[in-house]
Design a protein around this ligand. Structure first.
Ligand SMILES: C[S@@+](CC[C@H](N)C(=O)[O-])C[C@H]1O[C@@H](n2cnc3c(N)ncnc32)[C@H](O)[C@@H]1O
Length: 360
């Protein structure tokens, strides 16, 4: 988890001369509670325990391993954090729709506990899988992750990323990241292998509806094929838009959609996603969560509220309820000015993160 000052504000009650957390002083003097008051450990309830430097953990917590203070921070509806390019970013960015592994790790920490199972049915180059592995060393413990991906190339990249990352970690004397279970194929088939109620968190980033006209799509396909070179044409990139380092629809379009979504209408795309999530929901435990990245789009003078459309489609088909829409705002994103000085066109510097709970 990021060492955010806000999140650990209570720790600042006990600072050393350099402003760092003084654990010894905290131990000797007293313990901070959620609102910065001081409390003696004897005053903690039976179900509470103090975690040094983090705050008070409530044993009744069924959602995650966060302390009260961390939980409070984690409920912020805006994640205003840039995740600098890392974890073999150059290699992963061949995908174009990759998510920062540490952003995924932060979400995994919010919606699962150590030892839980995480599923990403649209795994790409493994943002979720790497995030689940980071939790072992940078969070409260490893999550077992399963990923489905229809494009072999993306699986190969995930494997190479893990290999290179672990070489670097070993050379720095750090423990390696665990390898996760990535399965090649169509998620619509592979979901049948996952027992009902066995997944605690489904975290994914859906393949986009390609909004472009067929003509434009053909041009993009040519671009993509020249970019992707040896890729099997039947196993396509599948997504665009929510790239870690792409900011706008034009760049998004280059990153390609699957052949299927090239010709899908928006209604068909929504119906396809809703049907898939209906299947996925069976795999998720009753107290689990489904967390979905989806960017909105601006197209032909009109804002396409894809996140709202997708939330509604999923909620009306799958047995789940929308619990939250978090916004990931990346303050470091470049602004692209398209309409100036005649028309207001938003610079998309955010992504939506839809959070669903299974219906009870
Ligand atoms: C938005 S990307 C996911 C990127 C991922 N979050 C990452 O960090 O790399 C969506 C992925 O879903 C894959 N995909 C699309 N349809 C699929 C299907 N039916 N079964 C399995 N994978 C699929 C695409 O190939 C694409 O890599």
């Amino acid at each position: 988890m990021a060492e955010d000052g806000d999140r650990h504000r209570q720790s600042r009650l006990f600072t050393d001369d350099d402003g760092g957390f003084d654990a010894e002083r905290a131990r000797d003097e007293s313990l901070p509670v959620e609102d910065g008051e001081l409390i003696d450990t004897d005053e903690l309830a039976d179900h509470q325990r103090y975690v040094e430097g983090r705050g008070i953990y409530d044993e009744r917590n069924r959602v995650n391993d966060l302390t009260g203070k961390e939980w409070k921070y984690a409920t912020k509806s805006v994640i205003a954090e840039s995740y600098p390019p890392d974890v073999q970013h150059d290699l992963r960015s061949e995908h174009g729709g990759q998510k920062p592994p540490r952003l995924c790790a932060d979400l995994i920490e919010r919606f699962s506990k150590a030892g839980d199972t995480v599923l990403d049915p649209f795994a790409g180059v493994g943002g979720t899988l790497l995030g689940a592995s980071f939790c072992e060393h940078e969070g409260t413990g490893l999550r077992e992750a399963i990923g489905f991906e229809q494009t072999r190339r993306w699986i190969e990249i995930y494997e190479t990323v893990l290999e290179r990352e672990n070489e670097e970690r070993r050379s720095r004397g750090e423990p390696p990241l665990s390898e996760q279970d990535v399965r090649h194929g169509d998620c619509a088939d592979l979901i049948g292998e996952i027992p009902d109620d066995s997944v605690d968190l489904l975290l994914t980033d859906v393949p986009y509806w390609n909004m472009d006209e067929l003509e434009q799509t053909r041009n993009e396909r040519a671009t993509r094929e020249s970019k992707l070179g040896a890729f099997d044409a039947d196993e396509d990139a599948g997504s665009a838009g929510n790239a870690e380092d792409t900011e706008n629809v034009a760049e998004r379009a280059d990153d390609a959609a699957s052949d299927e979504s090239d010709t899908q209408s928006k209604a068909e795309w929504l119906a396809d996603m809703a049907e898939k999530f209906d299947r996925f929901a069976d795999a998720v435990a009753p107290d689990g969560h489904l967390v979905v990245f989806i960017g909105d789009m601006y197209r032909e003078q009109s804002y396409e509220f894809l996140s709202a459309d997708l939330a509604q489609a999923i909620e009306s088909t799958a047995p789940v309820t929308l619990a939250a829409n978090l916004i990931w705002y990346d303050p470091t994103k470049d602004l692209h000015v398209y309409g100036y000085p005649f028309s207001f066109v938003p610079s998309m510097v955010h992504q939506n993160v839809l959070v669903f709970r299974p219906n009870s």
